[in-house]
Design a protein around this ligand. Structure first.
Ligand code: TMP
Length: 237
């Protein structure tokens, strides 16, 4: 497969077209941002870890019946994926209160929910990714009812799988954000990435943060946390 022009450069990844119109190549960077790009930095080695971790988890999800964009890992930082149109919806599942949920509703971080919650944000940096409900998504014509039902079903399947995987690594899955895309034939697939950038991961014994909150909150030890999570994932599979 041959790489062609760069189609898009995001905050953490570049996306290239290839000689196959249905295949794109994602290239993971070490760049990190937070607070809608206000805070910028580098997490050395993050691109390699996020690429490999996402690929391991997406292959596991495929086996569980969640279709994904994954095709083939090409190198440490590059992966071939199906070309999709990203649904402009950030899908967030929470098992434990943290981050914006704790702030918005005045709930202490660490409160375990009786059942997982799902929420959606409108993927729009200019607007600061505002929260929206199902009817807002339909009013904005972001997706159809059927598509949203499927997205919800897959999101909870992702939660079940990730909770199990991270538990076997001695890690508690607090919450995560995923994105879905639509292939040329209209199939909804899991896209983007699953990594410590997009999940809150706490050590099961100590509750130590092992994710991007170390960068967001200037806690230090960012690279070590990413490396530790990857090491534990490799040991568990
Ligand atoms: P939040 O508590 O800040 O809303 O974050 C919920 C989850 O979503 C958390 O695991 C981090 C992840 N996340 C992203 O992946 N990208 C983002 O831009 C934000 C704000 C959160």
């Amino acid at each position: 497969m041959e790489l062609r022009n760069m189609m898009y450069e995001g905050k953490a990844k570049k996306v290239f077209e290839t000689d196959d119109p249905n295949v794109l190549v994602v290239d993971y960077k070490d760049d990190a941002t937070a607070f809608n790009g206000l805070k910028k930095g580098t997490i050395v080695g993050k691109g390699v870890i996020n690429n490999q971790m996402s690929n391991i988890l997406m292959q596991g999800l495929e086996k569980r019946g969640v279709p994904t964009h994954f095709i083939k890992e090409l190198s440490e930082r590059q992966t071939a994926v199906k070309r999709v149109k990203i649904l402009p919806l950030e899908v967030i599942i929470r098992n434990i209160a943290a981050g914006s949920f704790s702030k918005r509703y005045g709930v202490e971080e660490g409160k375990v929910f009786k059942q997982p919650t799902i929420e959606f944000s409108y993927k729009n940096d200019d607007l600061g990714d505002p929260l929206l409900n199902d009817d807002h998504a339909f009013a904005l014509e972001l997706c159809t009812k059927e598509e949203l039902e499927l997205v919800k079903k897959y999101a909870f399947m992702v939660n079940d799988y990730l909770k199990e995987v991270w538990k076997s690594c001695g890690i508690t899955l607090v919450d995560f954000k995923i994105e879905f895309g639509k292939t040329a034939d209209g199939t909804i697939v899991l896209a983007d990435e699953i990594s410590p950038d997009t999940c809150r991961l706490w050590d099961s014994k100590t509750n130590e943060k092992l994710d991007k909150d170390r960068f967001r909150r200037d806690l230090g030890g960012v690279e070590d946390a990413y490396t530790e999570v990857m090491k534990r994932l490799r040991a568990s599979i």
